[in-house]
Design a protein around this ligand. Structure first.
Ligand SMILES: [Zn+2]
Length: 224
């Protein structure tokens, strides 16, 4: 899933956690796997390749990412992360919701990715619903609908709605091969791809965090 919709997923966990954990931790948790992917790609441990011409997301192949994006590593990250929050906050509820936030990344990626998500620490069994490669326009509307759902569930502000909508629309050329977009310049440039994704992660997390306000606090006050 694209950065804006992973960022939007944090709204679900923020609402459930009711400010028992800083929103910064929630935002970092839903994108922890992607931040790890950027780091491991820049270090050359994981690998991304592209077709000669990049017309859409299906022309970018996440060739090797068993440490950041395998189902196994996501479970390990969720258990370790949840455990750390259990020790820190002494609350099973916080620990479980933070573990789910960490795990949400791979679940959302499995829904949209081509079969590029390893089951374990090798590239033997690759999973993914394949929407990015075989039905990208379906992926676009699924992602947009999910982002808007997160906003609706959270009862977010108008500015939050516009951020989710506009960032999804900005990705449109990535889903329609016939429309040429900036992805054209990503061909054969794996380092640039990692940097572009890092910028998207940080920008969308910042904007979603900034415009999500203190909904949880208001709700707690109102229900008293
Ligand atoms: Zn991912």
């Amino acid at each position: 899933m694209f950065a804006i919709n992973h960022a939007a997923s944090a709204l679900i966990f923020k609402k459930q956690l009711r400010n028992k954990v800083s929103v910064v931790w929630v935002l970092l948790s839903v994108q922890f796997v992607e931040l790890l992917w950027v780091l491991l790609n820049l270090l050359g441990v994981e690998n991304t390749v592209t077709e000669k011409t990049v017309n859409y997301v299906g022309d970018i192949h996440l060739d090797y990412m068993p440490f950041s994006h395998s189902v196994l590593s996501s479970f390990i990250i969720a258990v370790v992360g949840g455990g750390l929050f259990l020790v820190w906050k002494r609350s099973w509820r916080v620990a479980i919701w933070m573990a789910l936030a960490l795990l949400s990344h791979i679940v959302l990626d499995l829904l949209t990715h081509a079969a590029d998500i390893p089951l374990g620490f090798s590239n033997n069994s690759l999973l993914g619903m394949g929407l990015y490669s075989s039905a990208p326009i379906v992926a676009f509307f699924l992602e947009l609908a999910f982002g808007i759902f997160c906003w609706w569930y959270y009862k977010g502000s108008k500015s939050l709605f516009w951020i989710i909508l506009l960032f999804n629309l900005a990705n449109l050329t990535m889903f329609v091969p016939q429309i040429k977009g900036l992805e054209f310049y990503l061909a054969d440039k794996p380092v640039l791809i990692s940097v572009v994704i890092l910028v998207q992660i940080l920008l969308t997390l910042f904007l979603v965090g900034r415009t999500s306000g203190h909904q949880g606090i208001i709700e707690v006050v109102e229900t008293r």
